[in-house]
Design a binder for this molecule. Structure first.
Ligand SMILES: [Zn+2]
Length: 261
């Protein structure tokens, strides 16, 4: 058996056997891979704390014939609020599930790892997880080769001002005439379009400077949802978690006028 060492973030954790966990780890050098953490569910295990979802560390792993086995973890500064603040946890779970769903095993990508790291950090440190997640969606789609065309109609080349629709299957803006080419086309106003361009181009640190109105936020939510869903086969389970959290938040605001968290 050979050993390898890599930095990584744990995207997913599944129980396995009596006391083990299977970790899905994203790393810059190895891409996404799975490793068994033996005995990690035993309370006295040296691995119990370091094998949680969103943990970040230096992993030392035995390369096995069928599956790799975790040997050691040296924890790195992680994203503490992603496991304590429910709303952040919900959005981070979605980010992790989307990355897991759309990437293959052992597809090495330093840029994807950097994006994941920056996204979890922005969710951990920021105060607007929904906007961070919108930025992630468009950055990630571009990283995966599906960057939407936001300058002109993908059907006929009409300028952006004449293309107020976004076609998930068409891959970008559509004008009123070309809209029929994509049954899933959704309305995409100039405000949504300009915000989308900034979400794509800007670093996460600048995202708080964007403060779109609630109409534009809802439009971006709907349009990016359609754009991402076009690329994933089954509905992402984490979306239910986000819906639950945001509806609880809305109810609390409606009933008491303030949020309890
Ligand atoms: Zn057109």
């Amino acid at each position: 058996m050979s050993l390898f060492r890599c930095e990584g973030i744990i995207l997913r954790v599944r129980d396995f056997g009596e006391a083990d966990r299977i970790l899905t780890i994203l790393s810059p050098d190895e891409g996404k891979f799975e490793a068994v953490a033996r005995g990690a569910r035993r309370t006295r295990s040296r691995h119990s704390g370091s094998t949680q979802q969103f943990s970040r560390g230096q992993f030392l792993v035995f390369r096995g014939r069928n599956i790799d086995t975790l040997s050691q973890v040296e924890m790195l500064p992680g994203f503490p609020s992603l496991t304590t603040v429910l709303e952040k946890m919900a959005y981070a779970s979605y980010v992790a599930e989307l990355i897991d769903r759309m990437t293959g095993e052992r597809e090495r990508s330093e840029s994807l790892f950097s994006l994941a790291l920056a996204t979890f950090r922005a969710l951990d440190e920021g105060s607007d997880p929904a906007m961070v997640t919108r930025a992630f969606e468009i950055k990630f789609m571009s990283e995966m080769g599906f960057q939407p065309e936001l300058e002109r109609c993908v059907g006929c080349g009409a300028p952006e001002a004449a293309a107020p629709w976004l076609g998930p299957g068409a891959g970008g803006l559509l004008c009123a005439k070309c809209r029929t080419r994509d049954v899933n086309a959704v309305a995409f106003s100039p405000a949504a379009r300009e915000t989308a361009k900034r979400l794509l181009a800007w670093d996460y640190r600048r995202i708080p400077a964007l403060s779109p109105g609630s109409g534009t936020r809802a439009e971006l939510d709907r349009a990016f949802r359609a754009y991402v869903d076009h690329r994933v086969e089954r509905r992402l389970r984490s979306l239910d978690f986000i819906e639950e959290i945001t509806s609880i938040g809305g109810r609390q605001e409606g009933e008491s006028g303030s949020r309890e968290d």
